[in-house]
Design a protein around this ligand. Structure first.
Ligand SMILES: [Zn+2]
Ligand SMILES: [Zn+2]
Ligand SMILES: [Zn+2]
Length: 474
């Protein structure tokens, strides 16, 4: 016999039918996962609940589900979601090289440490609000993919993607070959790939490095699949091909590198549900692999003579994903490591093409590591932890995470003490009710048919408007 739990049932002001459970359904395992993820998302602290408490919450949210605790456990286990199982991380599979041609601002220095890899450190002290360094333009700039159609129709800037275009034709900012246009002379000048990517349809495509009709079908494929990373790596590849010095390619190669397949293992360990909650597609592994293969084939068709292997394509995708800030990749900024309570803030200029400025959030001593936050630092520790593990492959153990965990443990032990108090109170109440059992107001509720098989019995005592039901939990 376990601890008696208490339920308050409103019966008098509800029609009787509301107490009769609706026809129960057996949920699909993905529905179960989504149900659990919804609970975790609403309250990240529930992520550490044991299976029976979690089961109770799932049942509460989905009263018509016919789902046993055992099946819930099996489903969660098959999706690697049991909180007891150690979750997949891939930090040790990320590699990085020394960046060739890197000119560092004099205010910072780069240091390699065995544990943290590359990191940026303050070369002097800074006061809160000081500008530490600035990067005037990204190494790789990628316009937002969702403007792809607008871009094709000359409705937004062909380079940066902004939509507020004025008097473009008058200002000579439209392309005289195709229907695309730019927002400014600066963008027109920066868009060095425009004619190689978009015009060579008119020339001898066999001699070109890039096939523009295939480029359009690849871009369309990325757009249709809302696949920004695939679009970005193709733009990056195009720039690397066009760069005869080979420097760009070796700089891209020096970013922290990981295969998208490795990252996918971490996404997969949350059943893909994490991704779908964030608006991404809910792919099962086979579909994901198929999409990658399709992307790889279309990518290579766009770059005849500069094909990449499938594995390399996946590495390009993974590398873009862990290094980009809002679609762009920066040579210096990408060396900043993460802390949930960052000491720097990274601020974009008015236009995305204007680059970034990095400011001190608080005073920083010379020699201190400069740290940014890869996730929203306002999020709960469990949410941050999951995002960092899935997207960047590491389990954060920064000082903020440690103190958050301590605070959470304290709240838990306080609430355990509180529950204990309530229990004493309840026992006293029960004794009182037992002694009132002879009274006229008391009656028994029938044992609900739906709980057949659980062997659960309800004893109840009627009060003014509510029925308090006791049940013994095993
Ligand atoms: Zn522009
Ligand atoms: Zn054009
Ligand atoms: Zn942290």
């Amino acid at each position: 016999m376990g601890i008696p739990s208490i339920e308050v049932l409103n019966i008098n002001d509800k029609p009787e039918s509301s107490n009769v459970p609706q026809e129960s359904v057996v949920p699909h395992e993905r529905e179960v996962v989504m149900g659990v993820m919804a609970i975790w998302k609403a309250d990240p602290e529930t992520e550490t609940l044991g299976i029976s408490k979690l089961h109770a919450l799932v049942k509460q949210n989905n009263p018509t589900w016919s789902l046993s605790e055992k099946r819930l456990k099996t489903v969660l286990k098959s999706f690697n979601l049991l909180t007891t199982s150690s979750q997949f991380s891939y930090a040790n599979e990320i590699t990085s090289k020394e960046t060739p041609g890197l000119s560092l601002p004099s205010t910072v220095r780069l240091q390699f440490t065995k544990n943290r890899g590359k990191g940026l450190y303050a070369a002097k002290s800074f006061k809160a609000g000081d500008l530490i360094f600035e990067e005037e333009s990204p190494l790789f700039f990628n316009p937002p993919l969702d403007h792809f159609t607008l871009m094709k129709n000359g409705m937004c800037c062909s380079y940066c993607g902004v939509t507020n275009l004025k008097d473009n034709v008058k200002r000579g900012l439209d392309c005289n070959v195709c229907s695309e246009t730019w927002c400014s002379g600066k963008c027109k000048k920066m868009d060095k790939l425009h004619s190689s990517l978009k015009h060579n349809i008119f020339g001898d495509t066999k001699k070109k490095l890039m096939n523009s009709s295939k480029w359009f079908s690849y871009s369309q494929f990325c757009f249709d699949n809302k696949w920004m990373a695939a679009y970005a790596v193709a733009l990056i590849h195009a720039q690397c091909i066009a760069d005869k010095t080979g420097l760009l390619a070796s700089q891209f190669d020096a970013f922290a590198q990981v295969s998208q397949r490795t990252r996918y293992k971490a996404i997969d360990s949350t059943g893909g549900a994490f991704d779908s909650i964030n608006g991404g597609a809910l792919f099962v592994k086979e579909q994901q692999e198929q999409l990658w293969e399709q992307g790889h084939r279309a990518f290579n068709e766009a770059f005849p003579g500069h094909e990449v292997s499938y594995e390399h394509y996946l590495v390009m995708l993974g590398t873009f994903n862990i290094n980009n800030v809002d679609g762009s990749m920066f040579l210096v900024q990408s060396h900043l490591n993460h802390h949930c309570q960052p000491n720097v803030s990274v601020v974009f200029g008015d236009s995305k093409t204007d680059g970034i400025k990095v400011y001190a959030k608080r005073s920083i001593g010379a020699g201190e590591e400069l740290l940014t936050s890869y996730v929203n630092p306002e999020h709960e520790q469990a949410t941050r932890q999951r995002e960092l593990r899935v997207n960047w492959g590491f389990v954060c153990s920064c000082s903020k995470c440690k103190s958050d965990i301590k605070a959470l443990e304290k709240r838990r032990s306080d609430s355990v003490a509180h529950v204990k108090e309530e229990e004493d109170h309840r026992n006293a109440l029960k004794a009182l009710k037992d002694s009132a059992k002879e009274g006229e107001d008391e009656f028994d509720l029938p044992v609900p048919q739906s709980s057949s098989g659980t062997g659960e019995r309800r004893k109840s005592v009627k009060f003014d408007e509510k029925v308090i039901a006791f049940k013994e939990t095993a």
